[in-house]
Design a protein around this ligand. Structure first.
Ligand code: LLP
Length: 410
């Protein structure tokens, strides 16, 4: 992860004045670069990269990705509606259903999007309602991997996917209702550092993807989870050799299957994380015995990753980059004890009024935000080719209060 250049610093400080803080700033050019480079790294002609909308559903980002021909992975009816309203074709969207209601199933089915089903229970309900239709099936790859236990989606302790050992039960339902299984899917976890585990997941899923089990496959989807470095000392994964290995595994499989299938991946973090910065302003410095606390005008309502996963987000002091480093706890403004972006972190001297950049905040930042303590979400700015575009405004405190009153049903 590179440090912010002096030119970028000036720009960010300019945006902090122009739009005020807290503010999310996204680098649109980097988002497109990340999206496109995966096509370079992963050596497969019939490759599709589905951006995982859950990482960041900013409309400007989605429109930008659309202009680059992106496909989408969605997980809620509203994400599907949003994608369609923005002009994405229904064929370019996959809907990964988890613990959905019948009403939700019918709503999304009416929108014409392909379902990715991850339980026998839902498969049966889907089959009864829509016999003879196309479907994708999500299996649990039986591999445990990811940056934190809350982002591991394979193995024994997970609510996701059908067990590989349940393939015969799946086949019976498919046969009875004449379903066309055109895709198989697995997602192992988020921020996977051990690439070997990705290869094992792939092989486990491909192990059941035979012609005998599923004769009509068109694609195999290996989910997201591409790790990016959050700490400056963490090396970047060599995605070029990773991509080659993946290509080799898939080539061997397709030869066995006697058909060249599409290969899908669904990264979210990889595409948007590094492109996003949360700008916050320090308003209070406090010495609490041995702890020096820098209190900011944001909190875990805007970026919950540190408190939820113990995630590390690098913090730069944009206003005083050459200041003498000191050790700080960087806190938010919520009435809650765990409200910190960082603890015991060395940062160039912070003064009240300084603007801090909380880096790698483009994925699962705004999209996991909330109105806790009834504080508005930050505004969002997308920068493309040097031009800054305000994509989301921050509600004023009075507007926020009005929203609640307006939606109150007397
Ligand atoms: N596909 C499926 C089915 C998923 O469940 C996920 C993420 C992705 C793709 C995208 O994964 P990614 O490439 O972004 O790692 N909030 C957590 C991450 C949770 C991911 C949930 N599923 C975080 O901030 O680390």
């Amino acid at each position: 992860m590179s440090n912010i250049t002096s030119e970028e610093r000036e720009k960010l400080l300019e945006y902090a004045v122009k739009y005020s803080t807290p503010l999310y700033v996204y680098n649109g050019d980097l988002i497109i670069q990340r999206y496109k480079e995966l096509y370079e790294y992963i050596k497969w002609n019939k490759l599709r990269i589905l951006y995982a909308v859950k990482a960041n559903y900013n409309v400007g980002i989605l429109k930008l990705l659309k202009s680059s021909g992106a496909f989408l992975d969605t997980v809620s009816p509203a994400e599907v509606h949003l994608a369609l309203k923005l002009g994405f074709a229904k064929e370019d969207i996959l809907y990964t259903a988890n613990n959905i209601t019948d009403q939700e199933m019918h709503e999304v089915k009416n929108l014409g999007v392909l379902f990715n089903l991850g339980s026998i229970s839902r498969l049966k309900k889907y089959a009864r309602a829509y016999p003879g239709t196309e479907v994708c099936l999500r299996f649990n790859p039986d591999v445990v991997a990811g940056a934190h236990k809350n982002v591991m989606t394979g193995g024994d302790i997970t609510k996701f996917g059908i067990l590989l050992s349940e393939v015969d039960a799946v086949k019976e339902i498919v046969k009875e209702y004449d379903l066309k299984v055109i895709g198989l899917h697995e997602h192992t976890g988020s921020g996977i550092g051990e690439t070997e585990k990705v290869f094992t997941s792939m092989k486990n899923l491909l192990g059941i993807a035979s012609r005998e089990n599923f004769p009509g496959l068109q694609f195999i989807d290996f989910g997201g989870g591409f790790k990016i470095p959050y700490k400056p000392t963490t090396p970047r994964i060599d995605y070029a050799s990773f991509g080659e290995k993946i290509g080799a595994i898939f080539t061997e499989f397709c030869e066995r299957y006697r058909k060249e299938l599409y290969m899908y991946f669904e990264p979210g973090k990889y595409i948007v994380s590094e492109a996003g910065i949360l700008l916050v302003e320090v308003n209070t410095l406090k010495q609490n015995r041995e702890r020096l606390i820098a209190g900011t005008n944001s909190g875990f309502n805007h970026l919950i990753r540190p408190i939820l996963y113990g995630s590390y987000h690098q913090i730069e002091n944009l206003s005083n980059p050459a200041g003498k480093p000191k050790v700080y706890d960087v806190a938010g403004n919520l009435c809650e004890t765990g409200d910190y972006f960082a603890e015991q972190r060395e940062i160039p001297e912070i003064r009240e009024g300084d603007i801090l950049a909380v880096k790698n905040s483009g994925a699962y930042g705004y999209s996991m935000g909330s109105l806790y303590n009834l504080r508005a979400m930050p505004a969002e700015v997308l920068v493309i080719n040097g031009e800054d575009i305000l994509t989301t405004k921050r509600l004023s405190n009075s507007e926020l209060a009005d929203r609640l009153i307006d939606s109150y049903l007397k």
